[in-house]
Structure formats: structure tokens, C-alpha cells
Design a protein around this ligand. Structure first.
Ligand SMILES: [Zn+2]
Ligand SMILES: [Zn+2]
Ligand SMILES: [Zn+2]
Length: 241
């Protein structure tokens, strides 16, 4: 069972206490890259249905009760990554601890700087799946760095290519021109846009990812911003509505 696997792989920075068959408490203090300790995180781990979820034991004590920017869901559960709480067994439990470790370190950066560390983040909601696909596609076309630039800074050739997408279809216009992502045939000849499309063009996937991110934020629009982050789209939504 998932909690047994988690109990068997407790790292030195955590204390794990079983509360029942489906619940446990974790107290965690981590060493930061500066060598300083983090705050004490008092957590609750629940195994519900097929998923392991983590919360603060007393919601809102150390962390916001809800903050999409800090990957804390509306129910207070932590988002440790795409499907991080699913399928935990003796082979994957150590990875779960690694994700929790990264999450807690990021919370300290967020608390002090109002920023989630860049590169440590996968897109919110469904956009996370699309981002993984786009990363694979970009790696195949040798455009991995360009893809990161598009996601994190909205610059570079992939970000520029977005302006050539037909917003109604989500496809690059001028299907018979060479694709803007730079994908080539094995012969070295550039792939046409409509050929690239079938393989998953990183530019089109990035367009899709951004649409999914927008949907994610719109689905949160009734909820309140925690105010701890410099930038949060909930603030903008609250201002505009
Ligand atoms: Zn927030
Ligand atoms: Zn998240
Ligand atoms: Zn392409």
C-alpha cells in the first residue's frame, strides 16, 4: 500500500508517524542550499481512493491555505507535480519524497521572494500534460532551449511563431511552407507545417498549452488571491471583474 511504501522510505529530513491505515503525519525540516534550515512544516498525508495527498495539518499555519502560484490547491492539498500522488509503491515512494522536498524548498523561496523558482514548475492543470508533449516534440526538433524560452520568458522563435497561428483552428497558417519550429526530414529538407502538425509541432502545442493555462485561471476566478506572491493572475482577475 502507498503509505507503507512511503513509511519505508522516510528521508532523514522528515519524521513520519502513522495515524491509521489511510493517514499519517509528517514533520519536516530541510536544509536549504545556503546551509540554513527551513521552517518546520507540519503536514498531514492522506491516502484517499487511489491517490496520496498532502496538506498542512493546521491549514494556513505556515503556508497559504490556497495559492495556485504556490501549487496549493483550493482544498489545501499540495500539487507536487503531475499525478505525483498516484501509483505510489515501493519503487516510486522515494520519488514522492523527492517531490515533497522540492515543493517545500520552493515554498521558502516563495515566502521570501514572492516568486516560485523558475524551471521548477510545470504548467497548471491540464496544461501540464501538454507541456510534457511539447517538451518531447521540441527535443526531437532540437528546439528544447527555444521551448523553455517561450514558456518562461515568452521570447525566442517558438514564442514568435505563435503569432502565425490561426486562433480558430490552433494551426499554423500556410500549411505548405516550411515549419517555423525548424523540424527537418531525415534528408535535411525542412518539414512543411502541415506535415509537422501530424507529429506535434512545438509551436502549436505551446498555443494549446497557453489556452489550457487560461482555462485554469478562469476556473479559479471566484477565489481569492493569498497576496503572498508578486504576480498572481487572481489579482488581475479580481481587478478586472
Ligand atoms: Zn497566492
Ligand atoms: Zn501545480
Ligand atoms: Zn513545427
Amino acid at each position: 500500500m502507498a503509505l507503507d511504501a512511503i513509511a519505508d522510505t522516510v528521508p532523514p529530513w522528515a519524521e513520519f508517524r502513522r495515524i491509521g491505515t489511510r493517514a499519517a503525519e509528517v514533520d519536516a525540516v530541510l536544509v536549504r542550499s545556503s546551509g540554513a534550515f527551513t521552517r518546520l512544516f507540519e503536514l498531514e498525508v492522506l491516502h484517499l481512493a487511489a491517490e496520496v495527498t498532502v496538506y498542512e495539518r493546521v491549514r494556513g499555519k505556515t503556508l497559504p491555505t490556497f495559492c495556485p502560484e504556490r501549487h496549493i490547491n483550493a482544498d489545501g492539498s499540495f500539487c507536487l507535480g503531475l499525478r505525483a500522488g498516484q501509483g505510489i509503491n515501493s519503487a516510486t515512494a522515494a520519488t514522492w519524497w523527492t517531490k515533497l522536498h522540492a515543493f517545500l524548498l520552493c515554498q521558502e523561496t516563495a515566502a521570501e521572494a514572492g516568486l516560485w523558482p523558475s524551471g521548477a514548475q510545470l504548467s497548471h492543470g491540464d496544461a501540464g500534460d501538454i507541456e510534457l508533449l511539447a517538451e518531447q516534440a521540441a527535443a526531437e526538433t532540437g528546439a528544447s532551449a527555444a521551448y523553455r524560452d517561450a514558456v518562461e520568458f515568452d521570447i525566442g522563435p517558438i514564442a514568435a511563431g505563435l503569432s502565425r497561428i490561426n486562433k480558430a483552428t490552433g494551426r499554423l497558417r500556410n500549411g505548405r511552407s516550411p515549419c517555423l519550429c525548424g523540424r527537418k526530414h531525415r534528408t535535411g529538407k525542412p518539414l512543411l507545417r502541415r506535415e509537422c502538425q501530424c507529429l506535434g509541432c512545438p509551436i502549436e502545442l505551446e498555443f494549446e498549452r497557453r489556452a489550457a493555462v487560461d482555462r485554469f485561471w478562469r476556473s479559479m476566478s471566484g477565489l481569492q488571491c493569498c497576496g503572498t506572491m508578486l504576480e498572481c493572475r487572481l489579482k488581475a482577475i479580481a481587478r478586472s471583474s
